[in-house]
Structure formats: structure tokens, C-alpha cells
Design a protein around this ligand. Structure first.
Ligand code: TZP
Ligand code: MG
Length: 239
């Protein structure tokens, strides 16, 4: 039978249906190049998948574009095999080009760059999902109005992963719990000790970078977070 050669973009389309739906995701993890500690990015991605991560973000803050793309292409087969959505930080165009399911952008990457609607980042047939960082209630309202697929609420606590960012405290988490009706993730300084009060403040979805990547056993640490989250299931309305 005649084979039709597909372009790379067609071979790895944005297919969110193949991964856990975003509203069902509770543990959002990272392959952050600052915390690889000599491990290969694909290995870390595999460990996160093995531990039950619901989402994995590639965060490569000091990497050049070509390097981010190379890392994304290394990780994507792992996440797709594991049925875990891959999020590319900062580079929505790389996410789209490699066929990652999602991208994550800060206020400066999106609004300050002149975008007002996330749909501008996914001209059909792309199904790229877009998450936006927010640090205040007005920023959150603006992200929701822009059509963000999820919002990040943080940094809740001071964190060495983002040392210059001012903590938003649990007050903003409580505000999100009371006001945000779409998937939202608390982020920043969340570990197995702080988790209790983040959950008590109403968060049901969390992002965890250093507490998992600095743990001696990445997969086991993911499982510990998942086990704790299991006591705080998502409701039918999303949170
Ligand atoms: N955005 C807000 S806080 C943060 C990002 C990317 C870093 C969170 O890292 P950690 O190590 O889980 O505190
Ligand atoms: Mg950014």
C-alpha cells in the first residue's frame, strides 16, 4: 500500500484527548533544567510519569530556543507514551511546532507581548492549550477573560525556583477558591509540609517543582503528593 509521508507537525499533532483532561489534573510537575542534577531530561520525565504526574512542564529558563526545542522533542515521546500532557514554558510557538499539548506563559509573555486572547496562539487546526501565570485577582480575571485554559496562582510562598517573585500568600489561594470556576493551580513553595495549608485554603490542584526534583526518588515523591491529593478530590464543578 502506498505510504503517505506526513510532515513532523502531522505526526505529532496537538491531541489533548490522548492525555488526561485538564480539569482532571491535580499534580502538575516539571522538568526544570535548573534541577536536573546531571540526570537526563527524558529520564526525569519518565520518573514523573511513573509517579503519576498529571502534567509535566518543560522549564528551561536559561536555554536558547534551539535547546528548548531539542529538550521538548526528547521529552515528548515519553509524556505521550505515558498519557501525560506536556507543557512548554515561555515558548508557545515551540509547543505548537513540536506538538506539545500545552504551553504556559507569564503575564509578560502574553499580555505585555500584545496578546489579548489565547485563541490567537492556536489558529486551527492547532488545539494548543494555554495556561497563564497570575499574581493578583485582577490578573486572574483578565486571564480568564482572555480564554486561558488554566491559571496559575502564585507564588504562594517564597521560593528559590523564582527568587525575585513576591509571594502572594494563602490569601490569593483563598480568593481563587472562592472566585475561580476554571482549573487553577497553586504554585510556589509547595512541599509535603506546606501542602496541608494550601489544601486547607481551597487548592485542589498544585504545581510542584523543587520539592519533587530535589527528592532522592522523584517517582516516589510524586506518589506521596498524589496520595495526599487523593483525600481532596475534585468536585463536579471543577474544584
Ligand atoms: N511560578 C511561580 S512560583 C514558581 C513559578 C514557576 C516556581 C515554583 O517552584 P517551587 O520549587 O515548586 O517553589
Ligand atoms: Mg514566562
Amino acid at each position: 500500500m502506498r505510504q503517505i509521508a506526513l510532515s513532523p507537525a502531522r505526526r505529532t499533532p496537538n491531541l489533548p484527548a490522548r492525555v488526561k483532561p485538564l480539569p482532571d489534573c491535580q499534580l502538575y510537575t516539571f522538568v526544570d533544567t535548573a534541577y536536573l542534577h546531571g540526570r537526563g531530561p527524558a529520564l526525569v520525565a519518565q520518573q514523573l510519569c511513573d509517579g503519576g504526574a498529571d502534567l509535566i512542564q518543560l522549564r528551561a529558563k536559561n536555554a536558547l530556543r534551539d535547546e528548548v526545542r531539542r529538550l521538548a522533542e526528547m521529552i515528548l515521546p515519553v509524556t505521550q507514551r505515558g498519557g501525560v500532557g506536556l507543557v512548554i514554558n515561555d515558548h508557545w510557538d515551540i509547543a505548537r511546532d513540536v506538538g506539545a499539548e500545552l504551553c504556559h506563559l507569564g503575564q509578560e509573555d502574553f499580555f505585555d507581548a500584545g496578546f489579548t486572547q489565547v485563541s490567537a496562539l492556536r489558529p486551527p487546526p492547532s488545539a494548543l492549550r494555554v495556561g497563564l501565570s497570575t499574581h493578583t485577582p485582577p490578573q486572574c480575571d483578565r486571564a480568564v477573560a482572555a480564554g486561558a485554559d488554566y491559571v496559575a496562582i502564585g507564588p504562594v510562598y517564597p521560593t528559590g525556583t523564582k527568587p525575585a517573585a513576591r509571594p502572594v500568600t494563602l490569601d490569593y489561594v483563598r480568593w481563587a477558591a472562592a472566585n475561580v470556576e476554571m482549573p487553577w493551580f497553586a504554585i510556589g513553595g509547595i512541599n509535603l509540609t506546606t501542602l496541608d495549608e494550601v489544601l486547607a485554603a481551597g487548592a485542589r490542584r498544585i504545581c510542584v517543582v523543587s520539592a519533587i526534583l530535589n527528592a532522592p526518588d522523584v517517582a516516589a515523591e510524586c506518589r506521596r503528593f498524589k496520595a495526599r491529593l487523593r483525600d481532596f478530590p475534585l468536585t463536579a464543578t471543577g474544584d
